[in-house]
Every structure is written in structure tokens, then in C-alpha cells.
Write a protein that binds this ligand. Structure first.
Ligand SMILES: *[C@@H]1O[C@H](CO)[C@@H](O)[C@H](O)[C@H]1NC(C)=O
Ligand SMILES: *[C@@H]1O[C@H](CO)[C@@H](O)[C@H](O)[C@H]1NC(C)=O
Ligand SMILES: *[C@@H]1O[C@H](CO)[C@@H](O)[C@H](O)[C@H]1NC(C)=O
Ligand SMILES: *[C@@H]1O[C@H](CO)[C@@H](O)[C@H](O)[C@H]1NC(C)=O
Ligand SMILES: *[C@@H]1O[C@H](CO)[C@@H](O)[C@H](O)[C@H]1NC(C)=O
Length: 501
């Protein structure tokens, strides 16, 4: 399964040189292309939307193998382009696991006329997610709350047994697709759709994990690109430890900035309070006796301190209300929690819901992608205790309650192999300029990752937003303008450009 990667690895070792063209430098998809047949779905998604399904091989190295059906939708505005025909712009919101087809209609307002008059927006659900043959697993097993912070060998064994049983249930319910959830397969799916839509060079706006889809596409198909934007950069060349350390630090930085703001701003419900201390007390209390949140679908009836810290990372993704609730709302949620009511802390809490196959695939499919893309080497409790020690020392408030830690614990014992492991060097051999965008204070994607990815992609430029928040496209400031200018006519900002909005 890891044939190509292992070959690259051997080449690297045998020469000791990093700048080697891997065999996967440029691929031609072996696929009998058929046209995409769009049907009206404006009643589901709103005016201007059409939908389609498209079949691709589950295993791209064996194209006559069984197929997986990919679902997508497309938004076409009535605004006309000054220079003739519209191009396609593939949008991805990351996760992994976010349902693109459902998110595009919700974020349409963030796409200016400048963009929608020149592009049809294409939302392709990545394989295994949403309308693309969603990964299914045992809901009850997922909803067993198990600590991701084992302290003893026995705790660790229990965690691994749980992961194995859950993974087996996914394999039983989802079949072979579970073995091919990696991002290289996703990039090949994008290529199949690009060809089927008329073989024009691709345009991609990849947010967060979507940035990895974008540059892994460029890695495989360097000659088929018109524009690629990565916004909120995930670095798929990090070791487990460095990924965890840098994500931990960037969350801690955002938390500290939020706490300083919340204690002093008159927009904050916590003005005048020691917010660091308040959160610290909430977390330790909730770890003894979880805070009730009221019952409802998609979350548990209460929340533990560890869950609170994991969720707070997501709650902090935007300073003003938009893609997240915004800092003022987060301060209200925490103030309410301090009174013993955890409502709002669970907006993004991870309970699965019986019968909600698409919704559950956000959780299940997202995990399957992480387990296919990232190593998770822990074999004993000591391995996780080292990580806990590292993050508790580097980030005394948020203590490593980050997405990469979730993957590094939940994937131990996973039944599918890591078919797309992080590579020491992201090899992208394209002449086409690529635009990377990163805010300096992002609770999820570290600025370290953006600098590191930029350093590895010779034709890329990194644009910096001097501000807070995870991804920048929907902030609708100068940074959005620069991204739009690049998408429209290829204008790339000067290296080291830092924008204030
Ligand atoms: C493509 O179609 C040809 C002719 O129908 C067939 O022989 C071939 O096996 C197909 N290839 C794939 C990859 O499905
Ligand atoms: C474009 O115009 C057609 C015909 O009037 C209408 O059905 C469609 O909903 C419009 N699309 C949008 C995005 O408003
Ligand atoms: C795609 O396939 C699904 C599942 O079979 C079906 O419910 C849906 O209507 C199809 N969508 C389109 C646009 O054909
Ligand atoms: C909050 O403070 C700012 C100045 O720091 C002031 O302009 C604003 O009126 C204040 N708002 C409220 C609601 O007190
Ligand atoms: C918790 O707060 C929410 C939102 O203000 C409210 O609707 C709910 O009734 C409260 N729950 C309890 C048990 O007070």
C-alpha cells in the first residue's frame, strides 16, 4: 500500500539528498472519464445550485477495482464575467471531515461578485464524507467517552482496545473505502472531477486541512494548475512530536491572547476577571464533576474539563463572529459555564447521532483521514506520558488538548494503514505560483507550519495576516482581497507581505 512512499524513502536514504524527484512527481490519471451530469438542487441548497454524483475507483492504483460515488454541488451566480466563460473554483473547508456541499451554501456571502462572476464554485465532498459515500461506524462505540490522557498501562490498553473495536466497526460498515481515505486519494478524485468538467487547469481554494489537499494535488499533478490558494496551512511534513508541539503552542498563544482580551475588554462578559484562573478552575472542576449542558442531538449531556479544552480550541477560531462564535460570545459561554451551565461549550462536541449518516461522517470520516495521513506510533503508556509532559510544560493552560493529539491517540490500533504518511520534504514541482496565507495568531494551524510549507514549495509565496483566527478568507479584509486578486488574474503579493486586516 505504501509502495510509492517507501520507494521515495529508500531513494532518500541511499543518497542522503533531500531534493530528489519522487516517482510520484507527476501522474496521469488512469480513468475512463465521463461527463458530470448536473441536476437542479436549488430546493435543497438555494438559488444557483446544481448537484451531481461521480464515480471513481476506491483504489486509484487499481482503477478497475470497486467504485466509490462522490457527491458535489456547484454554485453559479447570474453575474456575468467580463472576459467570457467562467472557470471552476474548487473550494474545500478542511476538517478533515467538513461537509463541503453543506458549507458552501452557508458561506456564499463570503464570496464577492468579483469571484462569483468569474468562477463557478465547486464543492466536492471528499471521499467518505457527507454526500460522498460517508464512512459509517458503530455510533454507540464512538459515544463511549474514553480518556485520551491515560496515566497507567491499563488505561492505555483500554484506549487501544476501544480504538480497535471502533475501527473494526468502521471496516464492517464501510468496507474497503476505509483503506483509501488518505489525502493523495482525495487529490486524485479532484483530478478526476477536473478532467470530467472539461480538462481546464484547476483552481483551488483550500482552507485549513484543505491546504493539504491543495498542495498534495500540486505534488501529483503539477502541470494542471491555474491557481492554488492554501489558507491556514497544515504542514504534512512534521513528525508526530513537532506537529503536536507546534499546534499546542499556537493554541496556547491564542488562548493567552483571548484571556488578556476577555479580562479587559468592555465587549467581554468576563471583564475584570482573571480569565486564565477562571478557565483553569472550570477545567479542574469539570474533570471531577462534568458541567451539565442540557440534552440535545450531537453532544453529550455534560462536558468534562478535557472536552472543554478540546472544544475551546475550536470556539476560538475567529475573533469576531463568523466561522466561529467570536470572542465576545465565547466570553459569555465561559461566564455561563462558571455558573454551572455549560450550554454553548458543546457546539462542536463530538457525539454521534443514530441515523445521521452524513453528520456522523464528519467525525468518522475525519478520523479515518487523520489515521491514513499521520503516524501514530504510541505502543505503551509512556509514549503518551512523554507527550503529556511536553505539552503541560509548554502550554500550562491548554496542555495539548489539540486536534493532532486526538488523532495521535484515537488512531492507535486503527485497522487501516498509514498510506499517506508525512514526508520529510513536500515535493511540489510546479512553475505555477502558489499562494499560501496564514494569520500570525491561529489557534489551530501554527505559523511554523506555514513557514515550513512555504520553504518547501519553491513557487509559493506566503502572505501573512497580522491578526487572530483560523483561516483568513472569510475575514473580508485586505487579505481576502489579495487572495481574490490572485484567483482572478494570478497577481501574487510580494514575499513577506504582512497585512493588517
Ligand atoms: C476503459 O475503457 C476501455 C474500453 O471500454 C476498457 O478496456 C478499459 O479497461 C477501461 N479502463 C478503466 C481503467 O476502466
Ligand atoms: C439566475 O436566474 C435564473 C432565471 O431567472 C434563476 O432561476 C436562478 O435562481 C438565478 N440564480 C441565482 C444564483 O440567483
Ligand atoms: C447521488 O446519489 C445519492 C445516493 O444514491 C442520491 O440520493 C442523490 O440523489 C444523487 N444525487 C444526484 C445529483 O444524482
Ligand atoms: C468600550 O470601550 C471603547 C473604548 O475602549 C468605547 O469606545 C466604547 O464606547 C465602549 N463600549 C461600551 C459598550 O461601553
Ligand atoms: C443554561 O443556559 C441556557 C442559555 O442561556 C438556557 O437556555 C438554559 O435554560 C440554562 N439551563 C439551566 C439548567 O439553567
Amino acid at each position: 500500500m505504501t509502495r510509492c512512499t517507501i520507494t521515495d524513502f529508500v531513494l532518500l536514504l541511499s543518497t542522503g539528498v533531500a531534493a530528489i524527484s519522487p516517482p510520484t512527481a507527476s501522474e496521469t490519471l488512469k480513468h475512463n472519464s465521463s461527463a458530470v451530469l448536473w441536476t437542479d438542487c436549488s430546493t435543497t441548497y438555494g438559488p444557483g445550485f446544481t448537484c451531481a454524483n461521480y464515480s471513481v475507483p476506491v483504489d486509484w492504483r487499481n482503477p478497475s477495482s470497486e467504485h466509490v460515488v462522490l457527491g458535489m454541488n456547484r454554485y453559479q451566480s447570474n453575474a456575468t464575467s467580463r472576459n467570457g466563460g467562467k472557470k471552476n473554483l474548487f473550494v474545500n473547508y478542511g476538517g478533515p471531515g467538513i461537509i463541503t456541499t453543506q458549507t458552501l451554501p452557508l458561506t456564499l456571502i463570503g464570496f464577492s461578485d468579483e469571484i462569483t462572476s468569474k468562477f463557478d464554485l465547486i464543492a466536492l465532498d471528499p471521499r467518505g464524507i457527507g454526500s460522498s459515500s460517508p464512512i459509517q461506524c458503530d455510533v454507540d462505540l464512538w459515544n463511549e467517552r474514553i480518556s485520551l490522557f491515560p496515566k497507567t498501562e491499563r488505561d492505555f490498553t483500554r484506549l487501544v482496545h476501544h480504538n480497535k473495536a471502533f475501527g473494526r466497526s468502521c471496516l464492517e460498515k464501510s468496507g474497503k473505502l476505509l483503506y483509501h481515505m488518505d489525502t493523495k486519494s482525495v487529490a486524485r478524485d479532484f483530478e478526476a472531477i477536473r478532467i470530467a468538467l472539461g480538462d481546464e487547469p484547476i483552481n483551488v481554494l483550500g482552507l485549513s486541512y484543505g491546504s493539504q489537499i491543495a498542495y498534495q494535488y500540486a505534488q501529483l499533478f503539477p502541470h494542471n494548475i491555474r491557481t492554488l490558494v492554501g489558507d491556514g496551512i497544515l504542514d504534512h511534513s512534521e513528525s508526530e512530536t513537532s506537529l503536536l508541539a507546534s499546534e499546542t503552542q499556537t493554541y496556547e498563544d491564542s488562548f493567552n491572547r483571548f484571556a488578556a482580551w476577555a479580562g479587559t475588554s468592555n465587549e467581554s462578559a468576563l471583564i475584570g476577571q482573571d480569565v486564565v484562573l477562571l478557565v483553569h478552575q472550570l477545567v479542574s472542576q469539570a474533570n471531577h464533576s462534568p458541567i451539565p449542558v442540557g440534552s440535545g442531538p450531537g453532544h453529550f449531556d455534560d462536558i468534562t474539563g478535557d472536552e472543554l479544552l478540546f472544544n475551546l480550541q475550536d470556539l476560538l477560531i475567529s475573533k469576531t463572529a463568523g466561522i466561529g462564535p467570536g470572542w465576545p460570545a465565547v466570553s459569555q459561554i465561559l461566564a455561563l459555564a462558571a455558573t454551572g451551565n455549560g450550554t454553548g461549550l458543546t457546539t462542536l462536541a463530538p457525539a454521534a447521532v443514530k441515523g445521521d449518516v452524513q453528520g456522523n461522517s464528519v467525525l468518522f470520516g475525519g478520523l479515518a483521514v487523520n489515521c491514513a495521513d499521520w503516524t501514530h506510533h504510541s505502543t505503551k503508556v509512556a509514549d503518551l506520558l512523554y507527550k503529556q509532559q511536553l505539552t503541560e510544560n509548554w502550554a500550562p493552560h491548554t496542555r495539548g488538548h489539540v486536534q493532532s493529539y486526538t488523532a495521535q491517540t484515537r488512531c492507535v490500533g486503527w485497522p487501516a494503514a498509514v498510506v499517506n504518511p508525512p514526508w520529510h520534504q513536500i515535493e511540489v514541482h510546479t512553475e505555477t505560483p502558489i499562494l499560501l496565507v496564514q494569520s500570525l495568531h491561529d489557534p489551530e494551524c501554527s505559523y511554523t507550519w506555514a513557514v515550513n510549507v512555504q520553504a518547501q514549495i519553491p513557487s509559493s509565496t506566503l502572505l501573512t495576516l497580522n491578526g487572530d483566527g483560523h483561516t483568513s478568507y472569510f475575514t473580508e479584509g485586505e487579505t481576502t482581497g489579495a487572495m481574490n486578486a490572485y484567483l482572478v488574474d494570478g497577481t501574487v503579493p510580494a514575499p513577506n507581505t504582512v497585512l493588517e486586516s
